[in-house]
Design a protein around this ligand. Structure first.
Ligand code: AMP
Length: 320
């Protein structure tokens, strides 16, 4: 970030989301999809849109990306001025197959396509960025976005995945060192820290730079680490999980969306953010792709959060 602009004071107020906007092909024990709309930034910005209305998207697609999918983002109040559409090029493509437990998956194919030489542009109207969600994509681009903001946002949350640990380790380390909150899944935390114990892994990762670490454990909930403190949120026990794709991004979008809405980045409020993120992720997995995230009602979100409260609330008196 270039430092404060001289003689100009901006009111920081928006949420900027960067990440992939993509086509996905998914196989689960319940079925198979061909090319459906996906991408880390798609899921994260849709989830956040249920909490805050000033969302700016930075990403890139090819001209194979359907206009209706961009309209769906607009319908959720997501500004796509920073979404580049590259003529004659193909959008990012990912395909994955879930195992029977739905908690683990294999990546079958990752085609960077238009992402390979993506040069993120930050429109002037995005410079009022108060909350920055660095969704999953090349760490080099995540850093470029931070560099191209004139003021450092109040909170920078970053998500990443094993693919970047395997292909861009040095950049990933540099990016992680600059963020406030890192969100990754349990297998990735183990890989990043080279530690099986998640507690030891968390201690190591917190030394890499972020002050907060969220470890997502799929159907086993999520852990938030900060200094010596740990908070745990369960995942809602669901009867049917159709497609976990995007659950992690949806979680991150719900988390940062809630923080942006409440403008409180204390540890206690992050705990609430984790519950909201978990609630949003629980919707995401109920249908294939983004389908469930497109038409949620406020009442459904409220009820789901209440289910979380009921799930973990108990009275207890310590025995003498
Ligand atoms: P999640 O299930 O939360 O890990 O996110 C899955 C989404 O991430 C899919 O919609 C993919 O398009 C996208 N994705 C998969 N691999 C990558 C990658 N290496 N970088 C960025 N986005 C990815």
């Amino acid at each position: 970030m270039r430092g404060k602009k001289q003689n100009e004071s901006r009111t920081l107020m928006s949420l900027l989301v960067v990440g992939t906007v993509a086509f996905d092909a998914i196989e689960t024990p319940f079925g198979k999809t061909d090319r459906i709309i996906g991408g880390a930034a798609t899921y994260a910005s849709l989830a956040a849109s249920y909490f805050t209305k000033k969302i700016n998207l930075v990403s890139v697609v090819g001209d194979d990306f359907p206009p209706y999918a961009i309209r769906q983002l607009h319908d959720h109040g997501i500004n796509t001025e920073g979404l580049q559409i590259k003529t004659g090029q193909k959008s990012f493509f990912w395909s994955g197959r879930y195992h029977a437990d739905m908690n683990s998956r294999d990546t079958l194919d990752t085609q960077l396509n238009v992402l390979a030489d993506f040069n993120p542009e930050i429109p002037d109207s995005y410079q009022d960025c108060e909350f920055l969600m660095l969704g999953n994509l090349m760490p080099r681009i995540q850093m470029q976005v931070m560099d191209r903001l004139e003021e450092r946002p109040k909170l920078v949350v970053m998500d990443t995945m094993n693919f970047w640990m395997e292909t861009a380790w040095d950049d990933l380390m540099k990016a992680i060192a600059r963020v406030d909150v890192l969100t990754i899944n349990d297998a990735e935390a183990r890989q990043l820290a080279n530690e099986y114990s998640l507690v030891k892994a968390a201690q190591k990762i917190l030394k890499m730079g972020p002050r907060y670490l969220v470890i997502k454990k799929g159907e086993h909930g999520a852990l938030l680490f900060h200094n010596e403190q740990v908070f745990f949120a369960p995942a809602l026990p669901l009867e049917d999980v159709f497609d976990p794709t995007g659950a992690g991004d949806t979680f991150a979008g719900g988390f940062i969306g809630y923080l942006a809405r409440t403008k409180d980045i204390s540890f206690d409020n992050m705990k609430r953010g984790i519950i909201y993120g978990s609630a949003m992720a629980s919707f995401c997995v109920e249908k294939f792709g983004t389908e469930r995230m497109l038409n949620l009602k406020q009442e459904e979100v409220d009820d789901r959060v209440q289910e979380f409260i009921d799930l973990v609330q108990f009275d207890i008196t310590l025995v003498d």
